[in-house]
Structures are given as structure tokens and as C-alpha cells.
Design a protein around this ligand. Structure first.
Ligand SMILES: Cc1cc2nc3c(=O)[nH]c(=O)nc-3n(C[C@H](O)[C@H](O)[C@H](O)COP(=O)(O)OP(=O)(O)OC[C@H]3O[C@@H](n4cnc5c(N)ncnc54)[C@H](O)[C@@H]3O)c2cc1C
Length: 339
């Protein structure tokens, strides 16, 4: 085990973000064990942690150090009827979900095929097909860069919300997640309430899916709706679905009955940003090589040689168009570095 992370100077990091805009970093450090954390003494604000780069878009060169998290490991611990699964932050999320399904540990089926690393999953409380990470989250371990020590966060300390957490909003950049523990069940209770999932299962004639059937259906839906970043660079949903008060949502839906909307546990209403963008005719439109994916208006893609300027123009044009039509400012979901 190396005591210090390997460091590469003036590194090309374009391929470390799934949107693949050209970028270099002054330094790229590859972290492959928790024991290397104390060696991370870079100046605050000048260091960026990266996992799979599927929620990070480089808009230019990064003047500081990028820390690539490649800490690996997986452990299972019996806990009554449940099993606590601890995965190191550099593990691939999709592979973790598959490993759990193979061991008949349930609760992650709806979150299969989300790209990226385990360590990034709590950052925006990843969610899909009617489920969020927070529902199976138990705790995480992290390196506290301010206090230079390991800390543990239990679920109530994480302030999970819709695509949000303490780590993303309250103290961004302070904690480097080193592992995440999930509470999974040996009993499979399918979560099939999400409309498009329920519809796909109905069409396949599956009334009560097995764990593998549920995961396979989610993968089929994802393949249909989302471009594979290895073929068409993208960062998944590019804008967050806006959350509004019920009264505001009612007024908007009365004016625009085609809008998609979902009630949230906190009484707010989530409105479908993709449908807004689609209604305004953006599907398939482009500025240079930055384009709106024709199959899914919420996804922006890099058709090959997109530049940061083209992407920024497209973002701004979509935001302005949605604001003019619906009075809501869409916020990008991925982290834009260098804006
Ligand atoms: C095709 C596609 C589909 C997607 N579908 C979904 C979806 O269904 N649901 C969903 O929620 N998201 C989705 N995403 C977004 C993305 O996959 C998730 O946000 C994922 O968790 C990002 O993981 P990553 O390792 O690639 O993160 P990165 O882009 O590497 O990092 C994201 C953020 O987390 C921080 N970070 C990363 N690792 C750590 C760490 N160990 N400690 C501290 N901070 C860290 C980074 O600094 C950055 O701010 C999709 C993306 C793509 C490209």
C-alpha cells in the first residue's frame, strides 16, 4: 500500500467526466486507500474530489488538484433480519447494486444502472424510479479535511433532500467520503409505484416482479431513455426538477395541464423539468455540438466536439425559455466546474 497518493502533473482530465469537455488539471492525485487521507494537505478550495465524473462537467482547466477516489472494498454484516453492506467510496455504484442482487440482498433494485461511484451517491442523494438512496442509507465514513480526522455521519446528520445533502449544500468540499453503509433486506418488497415502471411491468405481464425482473425492467427503461455516456457523452438529467409550493403548482398546472408533477413527502410539488423543456420545442435542438437529446429533453449531450461556451449558451437559452414560459428558473443538476 502506498503511503501517498500517486500524483500526475498537468493531467488531461477530459475523459474523467462523462460529458467529456476538454480540460486539464494542474494535478491529478489518485487515492486508493483511506490511509492516504492524512497526506492530503492541499490548500482549501483548491481541491476537487472526483468519482466517476458522471455528475461533474468541466468548463475549463482546473487550476488545483483533482483527487480521484479509487478506494475499493466491500463488506457484509448480518444485523437481525437485515444486512449492513459497507462499500468503499471508489466502488462502482452499478456493480454494487448487482453484487447485492446476486446475494439476494434487496432494496437497491430501482437504483440500478446509475453511473458513478459509491462515494458520490450521498452527495446528491441519488434517486430513480420512485426511490432515493436515503431510504436504505445507514451511515458513511468520511475524511474531515478541516479537522484532519475520520468522522462518521449517521442518516439524520446527512440532511438528505431531493438531490441534496449536507455534503452538497451545507459544507461542500469539507468531507471526503471514504465508505457508505447501506441497510438491505433479505425480504424482497418490490417498489413499483413509479408510473413508467408500473406501466412497463404491466406491458410485460409481470404482476409481482422478482428482484431480478424489477432490476431488468429498470435497466430496460433506462437504456431506452438515457444515452450511454461511453457512446454519447452526457451527464444524465441536466436540470433539477423544480420544487414548488402546492398553490403555485396548482396555478401552473391549471395554465399548462400537460406538466408532469409529483407530490413530495414535505408537502412540496416536484414539477417535471424535462416536460417543460420538451413543450418549448427543445428536443434535438443544438448550439454547436452541445445538444438536447432527442429522446429525453432533460438530457444534454456532447455530440463530439462541444465547447464549454456552446454548452453554457445552450443552458442559458433553455433556462431563459423556461423562465419566460413558466416563471421558474431551472438549476443545473451536475456540478459545473470553472463557471
Ligand atoms: C447517463 C446518466 C444517468 C444518470 N442517472 C441518474 C439517476 O437516475 N439518478 C441520479 O440521482 N443521478 C443520475 N445521474 C447522475 C450521476 O450518475 C450521480 O449523481 C452519481 O452519483 C455521480 O457519481 P460520480 O462518482 O460519477 O460523481 P462525480 O461526478 O465524480 O462527483 C459528483 C460530486 O460528488 C463529489 N464527490 C464524488 N465523490 C466524492 C467523495 N468520495 N467524497 C466527497 N465528495 C465526492 C464531487 O466532488 C462532485 O461534487 C446520471 C448520470 C448519467 C451520466
Amino acid at each position: 500500500m502506498k503511503p501517498q497518493p500517486e500524483v500526475i502533473s498537468n493531467a488531461d482530465v477530459s475523459a474523467l467526466s462523462t460529458f467529456r469537455l476538454p480540460a486539464r488539471a494542474a494535478e491529478l492525485a489518485i487515492l486508493d486507500s483511506v490511509e492516504q487521507c492524512p497526506a492530503l494537505t492541499h490548500a482549501e478550495g483548491n481541491e476537487l474530489v472526483l468519482g466517476g465524473g458522471s455528475n461533474t462537467v468541466f468548463l475549463g482547466d482546473y487550476p488545483g488538484r483533482i483527487l480521484l477516489n479509487r478506494i475499493r472494498g466491500l463488506a457484509f454484516e448480518e444485523c437481525g433480519e437485515d444486512v449492513l453492506v459497507t462499500a468503499a467510496a471508489g466502488e462502482n455504484w452499478h456493480r454494487l447494486v448487482r453484487a447485492c442482487i446476486d446475494r439476494r440482498l434487496h432494496g437497491l433494485e430501482n437504483l440500478i444502472m446509475i453511473p458513478g461511484s459509491v462515494g458520490a451517491a450521498p452527495m446528491q442523494n441519488i434517486g430513480a424510479y420512485g426511490m432515493e438512496l436515503s431510504e436504505v442509507f445507514e451511515r458513511l465514513d468520511a475524511w474531515d479535511r478541516d479537522e484532519q480526522r475520520m468522522v462518521t455521519f449517521e442518516k439524520p446528520d446527512c440532511a438528505f433532500g431531493y438531490r441534496d445533502s449536507h455534503f452538497k449544500s451545507t459544507e461542500p468540499g469539507r468531507f471526503l467520503v471514504t465508505s457508505v453503509t447501506l441497510r438491505l433486506s433479505r425480504r424482497f418488497q418490490p417498489r413499483v409505484g413509479y408510473a413508467s415502471l408500473a406501466e412497463a411491468l404491466l406491458q410485460a405481464g409481470i404482476e409481482r416482479p422478482t428482484s431480478r425482473q424489477l432490476a431488468a425492467t429498470v435497466m430496460q427503461l433506462r437504456r431506452h431513455r438515457l444515452p450511454d455516456p461511453s457512446r454519447l457523452p452526457n451527464a444524465g438529467s441536466f436540470f433539477k426538477n423544480p420544487l414548488v409550493k402546492a398553490s403555485r403548482a396548482e396555478a401552473l398546472i391549471a395554465d399548462h395541464p400537460e406538466l408532469l408533477h409529483w407530490p413530495m413527502p414535505n408537502g412540496m410539488i416536484k414539477l417535471g423539468a424535462g416536460r417543460m423543456i420538451e413543450l418549448l420545442g427543445w428536443k434535438g435542438k443544438s448550439i454547436g455540438d452541445a445538444a438536447v437529446y432527442p429522446n429525453h429533453a432533460l438530457v444534454l449531450v456532447n455530440r463530439g466536439r462541444a465547447t464549454a461556451a456552446e454548452l453554457l449558451q445552450l443552458i442559458e437559452a433553455i433556462q431563459t425559455s423556461v423562465e419566460d414560459a413558466f416563471g421558474l428558473r431551472l438549476e443545473p443538476e451536475p456540478r459545473l466546474i470553472g463557471s
